[in-house]
Design a protein around this ligand. Structure first.
Ligand code: TZP
Length: 205
């Protein structure tokens, strides 16, 4: 089955127009999932940005997931929300979202993965698999743990964290559904080419 390429956003220091153009280019060239993940915005600014990003993802019929903010997911009728370790408990998030929204959960241990699945997660993000500048991590998740997670749960698992075109080939035999990427796409000098190259790399997994 074709692997998923999950774009997770970061605005870096760009103006909004450039940011939206980058997201649009990534969507036009083959990402299959989009997560709006912006940690430094007020509620109102996050909400307004989410509406603009949803216009783009709707244009390409792509699911839009909102990081950490179930209220904003519901307010703009996004496809779902993603919650990390320090955010709401998974069962609470599921209750708030209802049965029809996608719930993604970060899980870097087998125990967390099992608990998330039992409590209603639809997919998992596991990592960081490699060192990354995008998030403070204590130590990368091992390929062994990733494999154990995919073996243990029935829901799809994305690898995330430090994923680059050149290291995707080390994720063979892990049974991941795809990869989730921030900087490799958002900071690429040519986003269209980068997305196509990443698609090629994940197709070989
Ligand atoms: N969760 C685990 S690592 C990470 C997140 C959101 C950041 C991934 O960013 P990048 O730039 O793809 O390494």
């Amino acid at each position: 089955m074709a692997k998923e390429l999950y774009l997770v956003t970061s605005r870096y220091d760009e103006n909004e127009e450039t940011f939206l153009e980058r997201v649009n280019t990534a969507c036009a060239n083959g990402v299959t999932f989009v997560q709006l993940r912006e940690k430094d915005l007020t509620t109102r600014a996050y909400y307004e940005l989410a509406i603009k990003v949803k216009k783009i993802t709707d244009r390409y019929h792509l699911p839009l997931i909102i990081d950490d903010r179930i209220d904003i997911c519901l307010a703009i009728d996004a496809s779902g929300a993603h919650i990390g370790d320090d955010e709401l408990p998974v069962d609470v998030a599921r209750k708030l979202l209802g049965p029809n929204k996608i719930l993604g959960v970060s899980a870097k241990t087998v125990a967390r993965a099992v608990e998330a699945e039992q409590q209603g997660a639809d997919y998992l993000g596991t990592g960081a698999m490699f060192p990354t500048q995008t998030k403070v991590i204590t130590k990368p998740t091992s390929k062994q743990t990733l494999k154990e997670i995919t073996k243990t749960v029935d829901i799809p698992v994305f690898a995330i964290g430090g994923i680059k075109e050149h290291n995707i080939n080390t994720l063979t035999d892990t049974n991941i559904v795809g990869v989730a990427v921030v900087s490799e796409i958002m900071q690429a000098p040519n986003i269209a080419d980068k997305v196509k190259q990443l698609k090629e790399a994940i197709s070989l997994l």
